[in-house]
Ligand binder design. Structure first.
Ligand SMILES: [Zn+2]
Length: 258
């Protein structure tokens, strides 16, 4: 079966035969090249993207090797190509040695599934139902078993054990993710009134004294933004002289359009 799984590619710049970056993709190299330019335009700061911004349209990517087997072969090949080119003196701007794992690429579940589906010669996103399903005739796990697994998993993803621990900004998988107005309303309702974890709690006199001492000498509200939240948002007041009131109104108008 010859289904495309992915490719290893290298970035060059016009007039030079020195490779400056090696990557792997499960898309076409042209698509990946375009994504890299987009990321560069968005201002991502790594040696490679700094270089890409500098070279601009002189930079281009070409395939080095194409794979029809599986993702692990692809990842191994990336390590091999990076090692080989560095040994030959190419000043690669890659931050890692390639491959998978903590120092290299982490496949998303989506990529895995798509690559698997391609390898099996099935179109992506098509579900196999009934006897076609790999789970056909299998017993569904009992409630007791599920409860046991749930108990075992508890706390496994917290703190430093969470794969996203310490990832901020563009490194975080949720970076740039927006939530629809509908979902926001739902989330908001889930924490309103007595469902709020702080509902009915009263700050002790001792804590209040501490808070007061810590803030002494600082003008309150501490910013225009803060004042807007306290005197406008929380009280349902709209002031056309307040830029935050105008911003909020414009934002909610935009949300209603989409
Ligand atoms: Zn305001």
């Amino acid at each position: 079966m010859t289904q495309f799984i992915g490719a290893i590619y290298a970035f060059y710049t016009a007039g030079s035969n020195e490779a400056r970056y090696v990557g792997m993709t499960t898309n076409s190299v042209l698509v990946r090249e375009r994504q890299h330019f987009k990321t560069a335009m968005a201002g991502r700061k790594t040696p490679f993207y700094d270089w890409l911004r500098k070279e601009g349209r002189h930079a281009y990517a070409i395939p080095l090797e194409v794979f029809f087997t599986d993702l692990d072969d692809l990842a191994d090949a990336e390590i091999r190509w990076i090692r080989r080119l560095r040994r030959k003196g190419h000043r690669l701007l890659n931050l890692t040695d390639g491959g998978r794992g903590p120092n290299g690429h982490v496949w998303t579940e989506e990529q895995r599934r798509a690559a698997g589906d391609r390898a099996r010669g099935r179109p992506t996103g098509v579900h196999r139902r009934g006897p076609e399903s790999p789970n056909w005739g299998r017993a569904i796990h009992s409630d007791a078993q599920r409860a046991k697994w749930s108990e075992e998993r508890k706390g496994k993803n917290t703190g430093a054990d969470n794969p996203n621990f310490g990832k901020f900004g563009i490194e975080h998988p949720s970076y740039g993710h927006t939530v629809s107005a509908e979902t926001r309303l739902l989330l908001s309702e889930q924490k309103r009134g007595e469902r709020n974890p702080n509902f009915g709690k009263v700050t002790s006199a001792e804590t209040r004294a501490k808070q007061s001492a810590a803030l002494k000498g600082r003008a309150m509200p501490s910013s225009v933004r803060n004042a807007h939240t306290r005197y406008h948002t929380n009280k349902g007041v709209f002031k056309d002289t307040c830029r935050h009131c105008i911003d909020d109104a414009m934002n909610s108008e935009r949300e209603n359009e989409s």
